[in-house]
Design a protein around this ligand. Structure first.
Ligand SMILES: NC(=O)c1ccc[n+]([C@@H]2O[C@H](COP(=O)([O-])OP(=O)(O)OC[C@H]3O[C@@H](n4cnc5c(N)ncnc54)[C@H](OP(=O)(O)O)[C@@H]3O)[C@@H](O)[C@H]2O)c1
Length: 249
């Protein structure tokens, strides 16, 4: 799988799955732009990735930031071969205590942010380009406290199908990646969970996952690399579930 000479954009590329994907893309020959909100975290990721990385401070919830991201990529790269819509948020909610602010906090990142960043990226894409959307194993199952998160990820999964249909004349493929429980900074949450609760939650997950452990960001990045490359040229509108068997067995 080579990405030699290709250009890529990854939202939320300063940590976890996005950062591991940027490393994989660069290792396979691409130039990669990554985004995120936190300037320090972006700078650290840029230093780690080296000269083939471009960092753009940008919040996917902001239409102005999305336009700035698009203009920066257009200026620096000229066009885009790969777009990984990865930035996302995750927290649990109970319907009885969910207000509009909480609803917007999740949907604005996980669906609106994906939708409009894809719209922006498309203006820079040519036939043969590949778009990968980060969904989740949660789009397929009904688990406690995930009504917003699972719905947002099901919407993202659906988008891979509908946009693949719409973009067929332009020969641009859209596929979804659905990670299982992956060991990234997101798992540590907003700081609201105590170390004891985090440890208990991890042990519950490890007992429930058929492979007996959480996945790594690198294991997801390898699947994203496949979807980004021409090796997946016969796939469109599809979902690649990489979850240690969690949602399958
Ligand atoms: N970890 C899992 O178990 C798991 C499972 C299934 C799916 N996923 C999905 O995988 C994706 C990446 O998650 P991760 O686990 O790698 O999390 P992570 O390590 O916390 O990374 C999240 C990245 O997104 C950026 N980000 C967050 N909000 C943003 C916003 N509004 N605008 C732009 N960038 C934003 C973060 O940087 P800033 O905070 O600086 O903005 C960071 O670079 C998410 O869509 C998540 O839902 C994760």
């Amino acid at each position: 799988m080579t990405l030699k000479g290709k250009t890529a954009l990854i939202t939320g590329g300063s940590s976890g799955i996005g950062l591991a994907s940027a490393q994989a893309f660069i290792a396979h020959g691409a130039r990669v732009a990554i985004t995120g909100r936190d300037a320090d975290r972006l700078a650290r990721a840029g230093a780690l990735l080296g000269p083939n990385a471009l960092t753009i401070q940008s919040d996917v919830r902001s239409m102005a930031d999305i336009e700035n991201m698009r203009e920066t990529v257009a200026r620096e790269f000229g066009h885009l071969d790969i777009f990984f819509a990865n930035a996302g948020a995750g927290f649990s909610n109970a319907i009885a205590t969910t207000d509009e602010a909480k609803y917007n906090a999740l949907m604005d990142v996980n669906f609106k942010g994906v939708y409009f960043s894809v719209q922006a990226a498309l203006t820079l894409m040519q036939p043969g380009a590949s778009i990968i959307l980060n969904s989740s194993w949660l789009n397929e199952v009904g688990t406690l406290g995930t009504s917003l998160l699972s719905a947002s990820k099901a919407a993202v999964r659906s988008l891979a199908r509908t946009l693949s249909a719409e973009l067929l004349p332009r020969k641009i493929r859209v596929n979804a990646i659905s990670p299982g429980a992956i060991d990234t900074p997101m798992r540590k949450g907003s700081g609201a969970s105590s170390p004891e609760k985090l440890k208990a939650s991890r042990e519950r997950l490890e007992a429930a996952i058929p492979l007996g452990r959480l996945g790594t960001a690198e294991e997801i990045a390898e699947a994203v690399l496949f979807l980004a490359s021409d090796s997946s040229r016969y796939m469109l509108g599809a979902e690649l579930v990489v979850d240690g068997g969690f949602a399958q067995i």
